[in-house]
Every structure is written in structure tokens, then in C-alpha cells.
Design a binder for this molecule. Structure first.
Ligand code: GLA
Length: 740
């Protein structure tokens, strides 16, 4: 592990991968190589050859072979002969848009500092990362750019960002300022994206790259249900178990762009960062602009390895260290159990029953404040609803705490209802464009988080409640996207800064609350997984993965999510049937068997469960507690992909760090008559270790379990004891090493 620099060449070596770039003849930076680890050499002549192409501009008359369009660039500009989309663009005070970022200097630091106003990766111990900062300067505008590279060598993760500083005297405009760029020498890749919608987030879609630009992104001022900022470029033959792939993600929660451009030479340019549409930044003399961070990772050992190494990096170097490895509580949330219809008696009855079942945290969801009995009122009035909770929140919280449970509350801080005291007091705090109508979403509007008074107000309300009710947990929801984006806090020429400044305001509130109340566990939410991203995870170590709690839908959602996020980030609840989102009836064991592979919770009225269901829940809770570390922190392997083949089976596995314990689950959506034989082949075990497998008589060796597999009986067999339906089945296998 090291960062090598010589003769204007930078070689970032991680445990299994190398990233190489250099200063080109024109003083700008060129990308050389990113892939499996290679030796460090003083020069790489095989990577720097140039040939003259016809019909393309060259840098100078006497360097006809220096044709920017044919070169792999490190942080490309536009307008000097590279006609691909650029990584940044600066408009100077005279309206000109050419930049020449010339190499100036570099420095190397141990560790990784956190960014000041943005969520970021970090290495607080300063012994697990190295950072290279390369300074570039444009002589005409006097803008400097620091390109920041941090390697987390043991996870083969590279983090990039750019810091713009205006050292000139004139204001310039940043038209785009992306976080990272990667020019790859060919285009023989599949693009794996994780796309969806409300209630069906992050479905895995895999398509070969094609000539031209392909992109995903968001213009919703949130990372969105529709596209996830994380994506993968994989060789066509790569699968979960083998082959090479590059993983990408962004530590950002706002408008983003992930773009891939395949050019005339079949080279591939990856760009990722803040979406340049709806973005512009006035960089006044002396000012700085810091981009969010881009995450890059390479593996030649398949997509499971790629997900595991990126996930491990987040758990060690992104998530709040206080919570990263800490067991997450099993919660009960009243939302699907009561919706808005509750009072103190009902809540206490639910909490008592939940406590009896072993559940640890009671979460009171929407409807506890203002006059809120449906979703048309009261957002912004963060005082307890006296009709429902006449004795106040502290009283309710005290009773829950007295039961020996933790207590948490739902907030949707960024929102406002027109029917609210807050709107009557501060109509100017709502986001709107003068003289234009305000477009409602879920009957509500959005507060202007660019306004520091709004952030202060929310901080005061939430911190007072945390103190008063001794909250242990907050579910921070965000249920609509921004329209009519505009703020009176910004000048006319700053209005394109709005979306980014909005997110900075959200981050600021999160930063203040998490700093001042480290004992509060935050779970982020946005109508389920509408802002499930690494920016949020920095503050809130887990997120409500989806409003869809149907086990079969969740199987796909959690499977898709697992490519880019570890399971400790995924809130996963067992709810009642027929399911509220799909109407589907699945066995409670299947619902639990899916929810185990995340941060388990229950979201139903447990007081209405039958005695048999309560007994099942009690067993499930005890089972999860026993294996909690494995479920939340174990190494996760995708086995059968529910997005491919006949889409009828999905399976996955978690393995302990010492590989002596593992739990696999196989889900079958519809039962099939007279089916083929199925063997479930496991991964990540010790080949020469024997394991006891639940439900199987004879201990089996790891190699047999991985290569020959476990026999999966056909569910229609009456001996299986299935009485109701054999559809929507789950089989959970627990493996424990046994020594002779
Ligand atoms: C959103 C959340 C749900 C619930 C409701 C409450 O939809 O995703 O979990 O909190 O809001 O209104």
C-alpha cells in the first residue's frame, strides 16, 4: 500500500488494485491505468503512446499527435479539442469558458480528513488511509483546483473529490463541478444500475454499454427512488462470484448525475457528481467550492467481493463510528399498525405486548404532533397533539422507558403543511418561486433549508424534544420532492445554487443534532428509500429501505440494494397480511426470513396478533437476537438472483468474520409442480471445516457445501408439513462449525 510519485506520475497502490495518472505534455492530468495491482515503475511507455488521428484538433502545431480527444483525461475540461462531456466547466467574468488546469504541486497526507460541510469518508485513526492532493491552476482565471484522492487500501477503495478556489479578483461561475471522472480504454462492459420507483426501489438492471451517452441521475433534490447514485461497470462474463468490475458511488443526497460516454474509439468516460442541470455556482474572489466525494472501487473477484469491500469501507470509514458496529435495536413501529389512529392507551398496549415479545425499541410514527389526523395538516408544528397524547410526550416516553424499552419518534423536519401554525407564522419559509403557483406533493410543501433561520428553528424544536422525552431514536422522513426551486436568501445570479444549498442545509441540521445528541440513533427515510444514499448514511447509519414491506417485493428490493449498500444500512420490517402495498398474503416466517437480513423491525399492531403469531414473533425475535451480529455485520453473499432466470428464486447468505457461522436463506416465489432438483451452493466458508447445518443430520464440509451444495426439497411434498400454501416460501439454514 502506498502512493508513489515520480516524474510527475502518480501511482496509487491498494492491496489488489492500482490507479495511475500523470502530468501530460500540456501540463494537464491524464489517466493511465485503473485495474488489478501492477508493479510500480518509473515510467509506463506502453500506456503513454500517442498516434496521429485524422480530423481531430491537436494541442499545438508542433505536437500533432497530442490530440485531447484521443487521450484519457483525469479531470477533463471542454473547448480545447476534447469534445466529450467534461468533468467541470468554469465561465470567466468575460463569458469565456476555456480552462487549462496546469499541474502545480502535490502533497501526501496520512489518513483522511473529514470534509467541513459535507458528509465524507474519514480515517480518524490516520493509519488506514493515505491522501494525495494534486494542485492545478488556470493561469487566466487564477482558479486553482485541488484534486483529492484517498486510498483505503485494504478495501481497494479510492475516494475522489475536487476543491475549487478562486484566487483571482473576478467572480467566476462553476457551470459544472463533478466529483470524479474515469476514462477507461475500452467499452466492453455491462452497466449495472439500481432503478425503481416508490415501493419498488433499487431493482437491478444490467445492460451492455453502447456507443454514445448513457446516464442515470436525479433532479428531485434527493437521490431518489428512481435511480440510485451507486452503479457498477462489469465485464460481460462477470457475475457475483467471479470476474472484474468497477463500483462507483457518491457521498451525496441531492441532484446527481452518473454518466457513461462511449466514444468513437470505444473508450469509456465515466463522470459522476452533482447534476450539472439545475446547478451553477458563483465563485467569488477568495471563495472555495468543495464537491461531494465519489467512491471508486475495483475487484477482479466478482460482484460479491466488490459489494463486500465497498460495504466494509463504508462501515469503517463513512458511517458514524459510534453506530457502525453497534448492534441495532429490534424495533416496533406503529405506522402500518395504526396509521394516524392512536392514543396513549393504544400505544402503551402495543409497547407492552412488543416488550413481551422481546422487542427493544418503540417508534411512534407520523401523527403525534399538531392537529395531524391525516396527511393534510400540521407539518412544521412539532408540538405534541394534545388530543392523542394529553399527558405529553415525556409522559408517554417515560412509560415506554419504564417498560425497559427505548423510545423513538418520527419527524419530517424539512416539510410544512399550509394548514399549520408554522405557515401562518412564516409563510416566507416555504419554497416557492415568486408569481408562480406552488405545486403540492402529498398535500405538503418544502421548507427552505437554505435559510439558516429555518435550520435554527428545526434544531430548536427537535433538540427540545430530545431533551424532554429522552429520545433514543429519530426516524427522519422526507416525503416529497422539490418544485418551484428558488430562495429569497439567494441573489438572482445564485439561484442555480439552490438545490445544492438545500442539501447543505439538511446536512447542517443533521450535523448539529448528531453532534449534540450522540446517543440518538437516526434512521433516514424518504417515503421508504427515496433518499437511501451514502450522504444520509454518514449521519443516519440505517435507512428505511422501502415503504413496501411485502416479503416478495422486499426480496428483490434488498437484493438490489445489497450491490451498493451493506445490510446494516437496511431497515427491514415484518408487517401484517394482506400486505398494505401489494395485497399479498405471505407466511409470517417468510416475512421474517427476508427482514432478518437487515435491521429487523415489526410494523403491525401486535395486540391484534393471534396467540400463534405472537409465539412465532417471540421465536423470531429471540432467533434474530442470537444471530444479530451475523445478520447485521456478517459478510453478505448474493447466491440466486431474483432478477434473472425465471425470477422465481432468490437466495443469499451471511458469513461471520471467522467463517465459522453462517446463515443462508432461499426464497421461492411460486411453488412448482414436479420441479427439477435444486442444490443451494454456499460461499465464503472454510473448505476443510465441517459445519452442522440446521435440519440436516450429518455435518458437512465447507467445500461440499460450496461446490456440491445443500439439497432443497420440493415444497409440495406433504412431508414438509405445509398446510396452507406452498407459495412464497423461505428456507433458512443455520451453519455452525463443529470440531471433531
Ligand atoms: C412515509 C414513510 C412511512 C411512514 C409515513 C408516515 O411514507 O416512508 O414509513 O413514516 O411516511 O406518513
Amino acid at each position: 500500500m502506498a502512493i508513489f510519485t515520480q516524474q510527475d506520475q502518480f501511482h496509487l497502490q491498494m492491496d489488489h488494485s492500482s490507479y495511475l495518472f500523470h502530468v501530460m505534455a500540456n501540463g494537464e492530468l491524464g489517466q493511465l491505468y485503473y485495474g488489478p495491482l501492477i508493479h510500480n515503475q518509473a515510467q509506463y511507455p506502453e500506456l503513454t503512446h500517442r498516434e496521429i488521428h485524422g480530423a481531430m484538433p491537436a494541442w499545438k502545431l508542433d505536437t500533432p499527435d497530442f490530440q485531447p480527444e484521443a487521450l484519457k483525461q483525469e479531470y477533463a475540461s471542454f473547448g480545447k479539442g476534447d469534445f466529450r462531456d467534461p468533468a467541470y466547466q468554469i465561465t470567466a467574468s468575460d463569458g469565456s469558458r476555456i480552462s487549462e488546469l496546469q499541474y502545480q504541486s502535490y502533497r501526501i497526507e496520512n489518513g483522511k480528513q473529514r470534509l467541513a460541510n459535507l458528509p465524507s469518508t474519514f480515517d480518524d485513526s490516520q493509519d488506514d488511509a493515505q491522501t494525495l492532493v494534486v494542485t492545478l491552476k488556470d493561469a487566466v482565471t487564477q482558479v486553482t483546483v485541488e484534486l483529492n484522492y484517498t486510498i483505503f487500501p485494504h478495501q481497494d477503495v479510492l475516494v475522489r473529490s475536487a476543491t475549487f478556489s478562486n484566487q483571482g479578483e473576478q467572480t467566476v461561475t462553476l457551470n459544472r463541478a463533478l466529483s470524479g471522472q474515469l476514462d477507461l480504454p475500452d467499452a466492453d462492459y455491462d452497466f449495472l444500475q439500481f432503478s425503481g420507483s416508490w415501493a419498488r426501489e433499487r431493482h437491478a438492471i444490467r445492460t451492455p454499454l453502447r456507443r454514445g451517452i448513457q446516464s442515470i441521475g436525479s433532479l428531485r433534490s434527493a437521490s431518489s427512488h428512481q435511480e440510485d447514485p451507486g452503479f457498477i461497470l462489469a465485464r460481460p462474463q462477470t457475475n457475483d462470484d467471479q470476474g472484474s468490475a468497477y463500483g462507483f458511488n457518491l457521498v451525496y443526497s441531492g441532484n446527481f448525475l452518473d454518466q457513461i460516454e462511449v466514444d468513437q474509439f470505444d473508450t469509456t468516460r465515466v463522470l459522476l457528481g452533482i447534476n450539472p442541470t439545475e446547478f451553477g455556482w458563483q465563485l467569488t474572489a477568495g471563495a472555495q467550492f468543495q464537491t461531494p466525494e465519489a467512491i471508486l472501487s475495483y475487484s477482479d473477484a466478482g460482484l460479491n467481493q466488490l459489494s463486500q469491500q465497498m460495504g466494509a469501507c463504508y462501515q469503517h470509514h463513512l458511517v458514524n463510528p459510534q453506530y457502525a458496529q453497534k448492534p441495532r435495536p429490534i424495533l416496533i413501529n406503529n405506522w402500518e399498525g395504526t396509521y394516524f389512529d392512536f392514543n396513549e392507551t393504544k400505544l402503551i398496549a402495543m409497547a407492552r405486548q412488543a416488550k413481551d415479545l422481546g422487542i427493544e425499541l418503540f417508534v411512534l410514527d407520523d401523527g403525534w404532533f399538531g392537529k395531524r389526523n391525516d396527511d393534510t395538516t400540521s407539518l412544521g408544528d412539532w408540538d405534541v397533539n394534545p388530543q392523542k397524547l394529553p399527558q405529553g410526550m415525556a409522559h408517554l416516553a417515560q412509560q415506554i422507558h419504564d417498560l425497559g424499552m427505548q423510545f423513538g419518534l418520527w419527524y419530517e423536519p424539512e416539510m410544512i403543511s399550509l394548514a399549520s401554525q408554522l405557515y401562518r407564522d412564516h409563510p416566507d419559509w416555504v419554497i416557492k418561486t415568486p408569481q408562480r403557483q406552488m405545486t403540492p406533493g402529498r398535500n405538503q410543501f418544502v421548507l427552505d433549508m437554505t435559510n439558516p433561520d429555518v435550520v435554527d428553528f428545526l434544531y430548536a424544536k427537535m433538540s427540545a424534544m430530545i431533551d424532554d422525552a429522552h429520545l433514543d431514536y429519530i426516524k427522519w422522513d422526507m416525503n416529497r420532492n422539490i418544485t418551484e426551486a428558488y430562495s429569497p436568501t439567494l441573489s438572482a445570479d445564485q439561484q442555480l445554487e439552490f438545490s445544492h444549498r438545500y442539501i447543505l442545509g439538511v446536512y447542517q441540521l443533521y450535523a448539529r443534532l448528531t453532534h449534540d445528541f450522540p446517543q440518538v440513533l437516526f434512521e433516514s427515510c424518504a417515503s421508504g428509500g427515496g433518499r437511501f444514499d451514502l450522504g444520509m448514511m454518514y449521519y443516519a447509519p440505517q435507512a428505511w429501505t422501502s415503504d413496501d414491506t411485502d416479503a416478495i417485493e422486499r426480496l428483490r428490493i434488498q437484493f438490489g440494494t445489497s450491490y451498493a449498500y451493506p445490510q446494516a444500512m437496511m431497515g427491514a420490517h415484518v408487517s401484517a397480511v394482506p400486505n398494505d402495498q401489494t395485497g399479498r398474503i405471505t407466511p409470517i416466517e417468510t416475512r421474517a426470513a427476508v427482514a432478518y437480513f437487515g435491521d429487523l423491525g415489526y410494523e403491525l399492531d401486535v395486540t391484534r396478533c393471534s396467540a400463534a403469531e405472537k409465539a412465532q414473533i417471540k421465536r423470531q425475535v429471540a432467533f434474530y437476537k442470537h444471530h444479530r451480529e451475523l445478520f447485521q455485520q456478517g459478510t453478505f453473499y448474493r447466491l440466486d438472483n431474483p432478477f434473472t432466470g425465471d425470477r422465481n428464486v432468490g437466495s443469499w447468505l451471511v458469513v461471520s468474520a471467522d467463517k465459522r457461522h453462517a446463515i443462508a436463506a432461499r426464497y421461492q416465489i411460486l411453488n412448482q409442480p414436479n420441479p427439477r432438483y435444486s442444490q443451494l451452493k454456499l460461499r465464503g466458508l472454510l473448505p476443510s471445516q465441517r459445519y452442522v447445518v440446521s435440519g440436516r443430520q450429518q455435518p458437512l464440509y465447507g467445500d461440499e457445501l460450496m461446490h456440491a451444495g445443500v439439497f432443497i426439497p420440493s415444497l409440495l411434498q406433504t412431508t414438509m408439513g405445509v398446510e396452507e400454501s406452498a407459495d412464497f416460501s423461505a428456507q433458512v439454514l443455520v451453519l455452525d462449525a463443529v470440531d471433531d
